[in-house]
Design a protein. Sequence first.
Length: 127
Amino acid sequence: MQEARPATLIDPVCGMAVDTAKAEAAGLLLEHEGRTWAFCGRGCRRSFVEDPADYIANAEAAASGPSLAPAGQVVIDDGMRRWYESCSCCLSEAYPDIKAALDAEKAAASQAVPEGICEVAEAAPAH
């Protein structure tokens, strides 16, 4: 007797929640080493097929949930950063505080002073 599939599965490539029935109808389910994987699109499915071990490791780490810092804040690890780069709207739905922190980090980085420019010298009036 086959075990019932959950209604949604997480795409191991981008972290998006995928409707299992819709993925099956679209040919976006894949059985790998006794486990069913669902994908949001053909690109994610192709990426998984090319390197399943890497994506399985990331999916298992994500399934354990984000680790909490001593202050009770969610740690923004490499997986969260990859999720932000691949699909920030999905990250925003799951972790709006992390999305906001990464948006602020990105904005701050874009305003950073390029190396080699002295802020003091630039601010001083020319003689």
